[in-house]
Design a protein around this ligand. Structure first.
Ligand SMILES: CCC/C=C/C(=O)SCCNC(=O)CCNC(=O)[C@H](O)C(C)(C)COP(=O)([O-])OP(=O)([O-])OC[C@H]1O[C@@H](n2cnc3c(N)ncnc32)[C@H](O)[C@@H]1OP(=O)([O-])[O-]
Ligand SMILES: NC(=O)C1=CN([C@@H]2O[C@H](COP(=O)(O)OP(=O)(O)OC[C@H]3O[C@@H](n4cnc5c(N)ncnc54)[C@H](OP(=O)(O)O)[C@@H]3O)[C@@H](O)[C@H]2O)C=CC1
Length: 316
């Protein structure tokens, strides 16, 4: 167990911590000569995914809207070995999407792997959600993923080359996500795209898989997503281990008794796109310590989304 996950408490230990930063289950050089395009690769989980591909030899293209964040990530990722190109792009814009693939092509060639990681999200009760808020999240998370995927697929079909797509999802694609109606609907659409296109493009050698992170806190989380985590901490809820863990311990809310580390998602991504996963397609791999399957013997009291967000009663 690493220091990051060490706990000095009595009680069950939870799932063991992962190997240290820099470790990999795949052979060194697995991605030598491979081009990997990661949307949202300038921050958080996208950057962690990109880092694991870079450690294994990939050349990277990272794409998103914010040039400053991309540049900082590019410098950090380049230090891991491979070449890195940053492309400013709003994935809602089909013209910019085409240009990103042109940029990648000029730099290294057609990407072999596409990781659709970019997404948008903020908590809001459905009854308060404006049409613009709905569209912003659905257009980025679902339509942006489709536009990137379509461009990747068209170019590979035209070239007659194989490829691998990984769509980063969320477990509320299966369960629904109270307070996140837009994002949950969009992620359900993304999961459906994975299943549809794995069949449609399998004959052409293109794998399409989903990858779902659990709670993996990181320093780039938006204020609203971070605020949501902090709200959860405020409500306490340490039914089993109150005496051992402080009430702000996110880990105690997970069956694993720990949160996930971003590199654990990166390792799963590098496996899914690797030669060792060539017969896996149309599958969504959940890396969340079984949190999404959690049920208690006694259900907790229902608290409305409005109450959880501290909003007054809806008055129309
Ligand atoms: C929880 C576990 C799972 C986590 C999953 C994740 O995805 S984590 C990943 C999380 N990472 C990210 O999300 C990173 C990227 N996210 C972002 O850049 C922003 O969240 C964005 C999607 C709003 C930007 O898109 P943009 O530049 O197109 O946005 P814009 O500024 O033009 O606004 C568009 C519309 O949205 C409205 N609106 C905005 N905020 C709120 C709010 N809090 N409340 C209500 N409404 C809000 C705004 O009023 C407008 O509607 P209107 O007035 O026209 O009807
Ligand atoms: N963190 C977590 O615990 C969980 C995360 N997820 C999923 O993991 C993925 C990564 O999330 P995380 O790293 O936490 O969040 P971040 O907010 O750090 O990442 C979102 C990324 O998407 C990019 N992005 C947003 N809108 C656009 C756009 N229109 N065009 C291009 N890029 C865009 C952002 O870059 P920029 O602003 O520069 O455009 C940013 O790099 C997402 O798909 C998310 O839904 C799912 C479940 C849990």
């Amino acid at each position: 167990m690493t220091d990051e996950n060490a706990r000095d408490c009595v009680g069950p230990p939870g799932l063991p911590g992962p190997p240290p930063v820099g470790a990999s289950a795949l052979p060194s050089g697995t991605y030598d000569g491979t081009v990997v395009l990661v949307t949202g690769g300038g921050t958080g989980l996208g950057r962690a995914i990109a880092a694991e591909f870079a450690r294994l030899g990939a050349d990277l293209v990272i794409a998103s809207r914010n040039a400053d964040r991309l540049k900082a990530a590019r410098d950090e990722l380049a230090a891991l070995g491979g070449r890195v190109t940053a492309a400013v792009c709003d994935i809602r814009d089909p013209r910019r999407v085409r240009e990103v693939f042109d940029t990648a092509g000029e730099a290294y060639g057609l990407p072999d792997v596409l990781v659709n990681n970019a997404a948008a999200n903020f908590p809001v009760p459905a009854e308060d959600m404006s049409p613009g808020a709905w569209s912003a999240v659905v257009d980025i998370t679902l339509t942006g993923t489709f536009l990137m995927t379509r461009e990747f697929g068209r170019r590979h079909l035209a070239a007659g080359t194989p490829g691998s797509i990984i769509d980063v999802g969320a477990s509320y694609a299966w369960t629904g996500g109270p307070g996140f109606a837009h994002s949950a609907a969009a992620k359900a659409g993304v999961k459906s795209l994975v299943e549809t296109l794995a069949v449609e493009w399998g004959p052409y050698g293109i794998q399409v898989n989903g990858l779902v992170p659990g709670l993996m806190p990181h320093g780039d989380m938006t204020a609203e997503i971070r605020g949501n985590l902090e709200r959860a901490e405020d409500t306490g809820g340490h039914r089993v281990h109150d005496q051992h863990r402080p009430p702000d311990d996110k880990a105690s809310r997970q069956p694993a008794l720990r949160v996930g580390l971003p590199r654990e998602l990166g390792w799963a991504a590098t496996f899914l796109a690797s030669p060792y996963a060539r017969f896996i397609t149309g599958h969504t791999l959940v890396v969340d310590g079984a949190n999404w399957q959690r049920r208690d013997l006694v259900s907790p009291p229902v608290v409305t989304v409005r109450e959880q967000l501290g909003r007054a009663a809806f008055e129309g």
